[in-house]
Write a protein of this length. Structure first.
Length: 300
């Protein structure tokens, strides 16, 4: 799933080059990513339109894949499609953003996986799912995305245990920060920031301050500059999850993840929080907590 760009597109192309028959789902069959796959891949690759928030799309894809693999079974499923368009504190993130992340990152992947399990069981195949370190750690300003990825990771760990008797191996990919799709487009994030500011209740905006939201956005755009363009480490991890005789339960492609997980697992909470703020986003004090605001209130 999610082959319009990024890990999905790169993996679909890589598996096609290796000689596999690939069913690659995209949001839009006419998108630049879909056109690129048509141009660069063999006729073995099949492009399928699928929006993971729409049951009818998922069911149509399931019927197509079943019709073409019923006699052989399906060897592998790569749950790659992901969604996030909010960089903000949990209190500032509208409930609809939490639901949108859950619909794509959790419920969509759950429905697709359950629908393909009969074919995967018949082949004793593989499930490889791209999650995120944000599902393991409380990254500042990623609550909606992180919560959905935490749910996805736990779901796949459960599938791993439950499907073991069927011979199905389940792996999680937890990548570092890579340049994929709109994740590194400042214009996209500036638009999301403006929409968030316009949607916030006045009382909440007064408590935090517009400059608070602006600062978060600027820090995130600055963080984008460390995004890795070479996706090969992630593609290789996904491929290993599909093909290795004994694939890893978890793969951690990307720089700095070793020290990050060490701090997360072995050091006190306050050290972990300080590290994540230093590494990712360190928000300034909300407006209502700043000394100058208290002074202004006293004068008034």
């Amino acid at each position: 799933s999610g082959c319009d760009s990024g890990f999905g597109q790169a993996t679909a192309r890589h598996l096609d080059i290796m000689g596999f028959r690939v069913f690659a789902s995209v949001l839009d069959l006419q998108s630049p990513g879909a056109q690129e796959l048509r141009r660069s891949c063999s006729p073995r690759l099949t492009l399928l339109q699928m929006d993971l928030t729409k049951t009818e799309d998922i069911q149509r894809v399931l019927q197509h894949i079943q019709a073409h693999t019923n006699s052989t079974g399906l060897w592998g499923l790569v749950n790659n499609a992901g969604f996030n368009d909010t960089i903000a504190d949990a209190e500032l993130s509208p409930l609809g953003k939490f639901r949108a992340c859950m619909e794509v990152n959790f419920f969509g992947s759950l429905e697709l996986t359950k629908g393909l399990l009969p074919l995967l069981r018949s082949a004793s195949g593989r499930i490889v799912t791209v999650s995120s370190p944000a599902g393991d750690m409380p990254f500042p300003c990623l609550a909606a995305y992180g919560a959905s990825k935490a749910a996805l990771s736990l779901l796949m760990d459960t599938f791993r245990s439950e499907l073991q008797p069927w011979g199905i191996k389940v792996s999680l990919i937890l990548p570092g920060y890579y340049k994929t799709g709109t994740t590194c487009d400042p214009a996209f994030w500036n638009l999301q920031k403006q929409q968030l500011l316009a949607s916030l209740p006045q009382e909440l905006l007064q408590a935090y301050g517009e400059d608070y939201v602006e600062e978060i956005n600027q820090q995130f755009i600055q963080f984008m500059k460390v995004a890795v363009e070479d996706l090969s480490a992630v593609v290789n991890s996904i491929t290993d999850g599909l093909l290795a005789a004994n694939p890893a339960v978890r793969y951690y492609p990307g720089q700095g993840l070793g020290i990050m997980y060490f701090i997360h697992r072995y050091l006190p909470y306050f050290v972990r929080d300080l590290f994540l703020k230093g590494f990712f986003i360190n928000p300034k004090l909300p407006r209502a907590l700043r000394r100058e605001h208290h002074n202004d209130v006293k004068k008034a």
